[in-house]
Ligand binder design. Structure first.
Ligand code: NI
Length: 390
C-alpha cells in the first residue's frame, strides 16, 4: 500500500503535468492518453469512450455488489495563464483556470487508493473522466456513449475544487445546488424606412427596448420572489445607419432557474410578452429557446454518505454545509437525471484566492491526496451499504 506522502507526491506531479498541457473541450486527446497511461501503470483497467472520455474500472475482491461512479472533468479554458508558476501552461491562451486538472488528479488518486484496497470491498468503482464540461455537452455525450452502463452505475459522486473553501475542507449543499441553463435568441422584425418618416415604418429598435424592459418584469413581477431566477440579455444588435429606421433587432441571453416548474413558466411568460408587444406595434418576432443543461439537485442518501465520510475522515469542522445554491451551471446534473448522486466541493484555497476562470486561478496542492482519500472513503462507505466507518 502506497503511503499518503507517496500518493501526495504522485498527485502533485500528475496535476502539474495536466496543468502544463491544457486542452479545450472535446480536444483532450493528450490528457485522455495521459490519464489512461497513469491508471494502467497502477494496474487499473481503462477504456476510452466519447472521443476523449476515459473510464477506469476497479472491481472489489469481496464479491459482487453495487457500482459507484466517481466523476472528474478534464477540459481547460481559452484563458492566458498569469500565475507565473514554474508549471504554468505551456500552451499560450489555454489554461486550467477552473481546476479541472486538480479534479482529475483527485479522482485518479481515489482510483489508486481504491485499487490497492480492492480486497477490502465488494462491488465496483467506475472512474469517469469527462470531456467538455465548460461549454456543456460532455456529460450528455458520456452518458450516450454508455458511461452509466456495463456495469450499470447505481450512484455517482462528482468532485470540484473550490478556491473559496479552506484547503482540505468538504463543501456540500442539500437539494438544489446549481441552476438549469437555458439560452434564448429573439429576433424582432419590423419594417425599415427613412429616419425622417417613422410613421411609415415599424421601428424594430423601439419594439426591442420594450421587450428588454418587459422581460425584466418576469423576474421582478411575475415569478415568486422566493424562487431564484436570472434572466440576462447578453447581446443586442441591429440597425444600419443613423437615418434609417431599423428593420430587425437580434438579441440573445440566458435564463437560470432551479426547478422545472419555474423553468417552463419563464419561457411561457417570455413568449407571452413577445407576442403582445410585437402585436401592439405591428412587428413580428422569432423566439428560439434552448435547454442547455438541467438543474443540479443532490440526492439526500448519497449526500449523507459524503457528509459522514467527510466528518469522520476530515473532521466535523472541516465539513461546510453551504446554504445557498449557485445560479451557475454544471453538467454533472445530467448524470443526476439518470442515477442518484451528489456533487461535492473540495476546498483548495491557496494563500491568495482568485475566482474560477481567472488567469491567476490556482489551488493549494497539499490538499490533493486528502481529496482523493476522502473520495475513496465515500466510495467504500457506499459500497458497504452506506454505513459510516469508524
Ligand atoms: Ni469547473
Amino acid at each position: 500500500m502506497k503511503n499518503t506522502d507517496a500518493l501526495q507526491k504522485q498527485l502533485v506531479k500528475i496535476r502539474r503535468h495536466i496543468h502544463q498541457y491544457p486542452e479545450l473541450g472535446n480536444q483532450e486527446y493528450k490528457t485522455s492518453a495521459f490519464i489512461t497511461s497513469v491508471l494502467r501503470s497502477e494496474g487499473i483497467a481503462t477504456k476510452t469512450i466519447a472521443g476523449t472520455g476515459v473510464i477506469g474500472l476497479i472491481q472489489g475482491k469481496k464479491g459482487s455488489g453495487k457500482t459507484i461512479a466517481l466523476r472528474a472533468d478534464m477540459d481547460a479554458l481559452p484563458i492566458h495563464e498569469q500565475t507565473k508558476k514554474s508549471f504554468s501552461s505551456r500552451r499560450p491562451g489555454i489554461m486550467h483556470a477552473c481546476g479541472h486538472d486538480a479534479n482529475t488528479a483527485i479522482v485518479i488518486g481515489a482510483g489508486i487508493d481504491l485499487f490497492q484496497r480492492r480486497a477490502e470491498f465488494s462491488g465496483t468503482v467506475k472512474l469517469v473522466f469527462q470531456p467538455n464540461e465548460e461549454s456543456a455537452g460532455g456529460a450528455k455525450k458520456m452518458i450516450a456513449a454508455g458511461a452509466l452502463i456495463r456495469p450499470a452505475v447505481d450512484a455517482i459522486v462528482g468532485v470540484h475544487v473550490s478556491p473559496w473553501l479552506k484547503a482540505g475542507t468538504l463543501g456540500i449543499k442539500y437539494d438544489e445546488m446549481m441552476a438549469a441553463v437555458d439560452r434564448f435568441t429573439i429576433e424582432i422584425r419590423g419594417e425599415g424606412g427613412h429616419g425622417a418618416y417613422p410613421h411609415l415604418s415599424v421601428d424594430a429598435i423601439v419594439v426591442a427596448t420594450q421587450v428588454v424592459a418587459a422581460i425584466q418584469t418576469i423576474v421582478s413581477r411575475q415569478i415568486s420572489p422566493v424562487d431564484p431566477v436570472v434572466v440576462s440579455i447578453g447581446t443586442i444588435t441591429g440597425g444600419e445607419r443613423y437615418n434609417i429606421i431599423c428593420s430587425q433587432v437580434r438579441m440573445e441571453g440566458t435564463v437560470r432557474t432551479l426547478n422545472d416548474v419555474v423553468r417552463r413558466r419563464v419561457k411561457t411568460l417570455m413568449e407571452r410578452e413577445l407576442k403582445h408587444i410585437t402585436a401592439a406595434y405591428g412587428a413580428r418576432y422569432v423566439l428560439k429557446y434552448e435547454n442547455l443543461g438541467n438543474a443540479l439537485k443532490n440526492s439526500r442518501p448519497i449526500l449523507e454518505i459524503c457528509k459522514l465520510a467527510g466528518e469522520s475522515f476530515l473532521g466535523v469542522p472541516q465539513v461546510k454545509v453551504l446554504d445557498k445554491p449557485s445560479m451557475g451551471g454544471e453538467d454533472f446534473a445530467e448524470y443526476l437525471q439518470k442515477v442518484p448522486g451528489c456533487f461535492i466541493y473540495f476546498g483548495t484555497a491557496p494563500r491568495k484566492a482568485y475566482p474560477w476562470h481567472h488567469a491567476c486561478f490556482d489551488i493549494e496542492e497539499r490538499a490533493l491526496s486528502r481529496g482523493s482519500l476522502l473520495l475513496s472513503r465515500i466510495a467504500q462507505d457506499y459500497l458497504s451499504g452506506g454505513a459510516p466507518r469508524e
